[in-house]
Design a protein around this ligand. Structure first.
Ligand SMILES: Nc1ncnc2c1ncn2[C@@H]1O[C@H](COP(=O)(O)OP(=O)(O)OP(=O)(O)O)[C@@H](O)[C@H]1O
Length: 247
């Protein structure tokens, strides 16, 4: 299996005082679904931002689909990101004045590509949005908005989709729908998903979980179950509070 994302000795410090990431080396194979978990402040969002090229690491390398993001200019990185990287954020980040369909095809437009109408139609249908394509996001529920965000992340057939708490603002049923879509993106369409989450139920939908503590890798779990994830997290929380060793 090739790596869709490779992080090498990734370090990020803020103001020379806060070390948000401390030499993280990790790889995410193509066609895998990985959850990133850890106590609050452990560096999860920073990891995602640096891996996705939305922020610059202080040191280390980020390689996505064979391209070293950390070795390119900002302009080249933005171009690469538009077509090869998809994003799903907790707060959807849809443009309120664009319709569902316009939001979904936006990454293609920004990259100067034409949208294939059949493909757009197929994605909207697969995500249960066919009859909402002309609606503005304001008319949609949270779950529907997040499905639009997933469709937008999938439209360019990116090498990797980064999701930061994609179910954090959703009720249980909508969260389950969105997680099923992310799983389908991986297992039916061969995409790679890296998802930050606080929720052991969401993490158990992934193929594996990597844990962060104090900006460092603190273990991983394959074929995670909700109980195993919750137990590992509890230990990390204890360790972060100085109550015991990391399991
Ligand atoms: N822009 C910033 N300036 C200074 N410090 C920052 C900045 N962004 C993050 N940090 C610090 O870096 C560390 C890691 O933050 P990060 O947001 O990556 O953690 P997290 O695991 O995603 O936390 P949470 O689960 O609470 O969202 C924290 O100590 C945070 O205070």
């Amino acid at each position: 299996m090739t790596d869709a994302v490779l992080l090498e000795s990734l370090t990020k410090t803020y103001d020379d005082t806060v070390t948000a990431l401390d030499g993280v080396t990790a790889s995410f194979p193509a066609g895998s679904f990985t959850a990133v978990m850890g106590p609050s402040g452990s560096g999860k969002s920073t990891l995602l931002q640096c891996a996705a090229g939305l922020d610059h690491p202080t040191a280390g390398r980020v390689v996505i689909d064979g391209t070293e993001l950390t070795a390119t200019t900002d302009t080249a990185m933005t171009k690469f990101r538009r077509l090869r990287v998809g994003f799903v954020f907790q707060e959807y980040n849809l443009l309120p004045s664009l319709t569902v369909e316009q939001n979904v095809v936006l990454p293609l437009r920004l990259a100067g590509r034409r949208a294939d109408r059949r493909r757009v139609g197929a994605i909207l249908a697969e995500l249960g949005l066919a009859d909402r394509r002309h609606d503005l996001p304001g008319k949609l529920s949270g779950g529907q908005r997040q499905r639009v965000a997933v469709a937008r992340a999938l439209i360019t057939e990116p090498a990797v989709i980064f999701a930061d708490e994609p179910t954090g603002a959703l009720d249980m049923r909508s969260a389950r729908d969105v997680l099923a879509l992310l799983r389908a993106a991986v297992h039916d369409h061969g995409r790679t998903v890296v998802m930050v989450t606080h929720d052991p139920v969401a993490a158990a939908c992934a193929d594996s979980v990597v844990f962060l503590a104090d900006g460092r890798l603190a273990g991983s779990l394959r074929a995670p179950t909700v109980d195993a994830v919750a137990e590992r997290l509890a230990h990390l929380g204890d360790a972060a509070r100085g109550l015991g060793a990391v399991a």
